[in-house]
Write a protein that binds this ligand. Sequence first.
Ligand SMILES: [Zn+2]
Length: 282
Amino acid sequence: MIHSVPICLPHLVSHTSRSGGSILLTIHTLNCGSLCPMVPSVIAPAMVCHCLLIEGPGGLILVDTGLGTQDLLHPMRRLTPLFLLAAHPRLSPEETAIARIRALGHDPGDVRDIALTHLDLDHAGGISDFPEATIHLHRAEHEAMVGGDLRYRRAQWAHGPRWALHEPDGERWMGFEAVHPLPGCDDVLLVPLQGHTAGHSGVAIRTGSGWLLHAGDAFFHHRQLLPEPSAPPGLALFQRLSDHDPGRRRHNQARLRELALAPDSAVRIVCAHDPVYLEGGA
Ligand SMILES: [Zn+2]
């Protein structure tokens, strides 16, 4: 499906940074799903599915997957008519994570691990394109899925992926509790940020100048991290309607704001759907 609204993002937005720390990581920023929401004047003229590809010491690590090839082939079953109507995704094969990875010159079979912020369809749709990868997820998110939460699309993991569930304990990191590194890579952390969903998490990656925190859908618009937070009214309404636990979401959003505004903060925070972060802004 080709979108008719002219305000959409370029096909490929990718830039690279080198990290220091204990190991050398290369991080690629990918848009794995352009969205052109209905009523753009009150939601956003364009949104993205912001994913990260990390060249780790033992292979490739993907942070979120956006929309996958099967979503494009079976959009009504895997993405739902409501999502297609409200988000109006571009459904472009070259925007899938597997196509982005090939375009970067990598073998998708080298994707060893996928860290998911949560299981909503616009984040987990691509996991079936990487059947050999281990899927890292907070245990509470997996339990909500197994418990039959209707917000999730079971068809997206019908291939039976190998789950690695992160327990609700762990270390402290930048004021956040129960943080776990991915096994074998201490420079990539799963950071619980519940509220949007039951087990929503961020993913922190050590860079040469500090940390990059992909906060998933813990916030939707860059202005929500400003001292006087705000968001387009339609986006704020969608956020409230999609909250699993509004109080926890607001609490975690406030903690992210505090971290972003700290004068000595060495953490760059991005969210999944605001295109400003793909362009290196905010
Ligand atoms: Zn999302």
